[in-house]
Write a protein that binds this ligand. Sequence first.
Ligand SMILES: [Zn+2]
Length: 50
Amino acid sequence: MEDFEFECWDCWETNYIKGRPKGFWTTTHYELPGEWNCWSCGAVNTTPDD
Ligand SMILES: [Zn+2]
C-alpha cells in the first residue's frame, strides 16, 4: 500500500489516499479509488487519471 496526496477541490486540504498495487509483479502502478470524500469538508473528489 502506498499513500498518494491529493488536494481537495473545495477546501484545499491535503488528503492521503491509499493505493493498491495493480499486480503482484509491479510496484509502479497503483489502483486508486475513483472517488473519495475529503476528510475535512466531506466534499466528493474524483481521482485524476494518470
Ligand atoms: Zn475539502
